[in-house]
Write a protein that binds this ligand. Structure first.
Ligand code: IMP
Ligand code: MG
Length: 199
């Protein structure tokens, strides 16, 4: 019998990525508990409906993967890709569709699954883009809500955590495309931000 690898700490708690982290804001167990709570609520509310979970790449892919498995109803999953942030992580207020949905959503119950709502510009753009396709319903599920910098007020049907105005990485969220694979939500040290900005 070999070593029980499942009991070893994940690779990323040691070494380079761990050194870049200032604080773990939401540990893995809390994230997973919340995702299951959201999945249970969605399963109750959408029983008997034609639910389509729509995620926004790339940030939403991990939340979508966990959330769809916490939903106990038959669902369809589709993805869109948009770009809203420039490479320097400042919001430009510009949303561009890089990839549209594959399926028709007319008459279906759409739930947008987003990692984080910050200014609200990305989600308000998506709502405006999806409404003309005449879905039966159109709602929003966000894991993280940063109300401090909200520009557009939107109805959020399902919300994981309300969080302070900090730049976060992990569980799908990136800084310059890194750290998406951390299983928790964390902040970066000033040194890591400076170093990545110089690269
Ligand atoms: P909004 O349009 O300002 O609401 O921003 C939404 C998008 O900005 C999210 O889907 C993320 O891609 C990105 N974003 C906002 N806050 C963060 C953060 O703290 N870390 C990483 N990406 C973020
Ligand atoms: Mg996103």
């Amino acid at each position: 019998m070999g070593a029980d690898l499942s009991r070893k700490p994940p690779r990323h708690v040691e070494g380079e990525m761990a050194d870049d982290l200032a604080e773990i804001l939401i540990p893995e167990a809390e994230l997973q508990a919340k995702v299951h709570e959201l999945g249970a609520a969605i399963s109750r509310d959408y029983a008997g409906k034609d639910l389509v979970l729509i995620s926004v790449l790339r940030g939403g892919f991990i939340f979508l993967a966990d959330l769809c498995r916490a939903v106990t109803l038959p669902v369809t999953v589709d993805v869109m890709a948009v770009s809203s942030y420039g490479p320097d992580a400042r919001p430009l207020g510009v949303v561009k569709i890089l990839k549209d949905l594959d399926e028709s959503v007319t008459g279906r119950d759409l739930l947008i699954v987003e990692d984080v709502i910050d200014t609200g510009l990305t989600l308000s753009y998506l709502l405006r883009n999806l409404e003309p396709r005449v879905p039966a319903s159109l709602k929003i599920c966000v894991l993280l809500d940063k109300p401090a910098r909200r520009i557009v007020d939107l109805p959020i049907a399902y919300r994981g955590f309300e969080i302070p105005d900090k730049f976060l990485v992990g569980y799908g969220l990136d800084y310059r495309q890194r750290y998406r694979n951390l299983p928790y939500i964390a902040t970066l040290t000033k040194e890591a931000l400076d170093r990545l900005n110089r690269q």
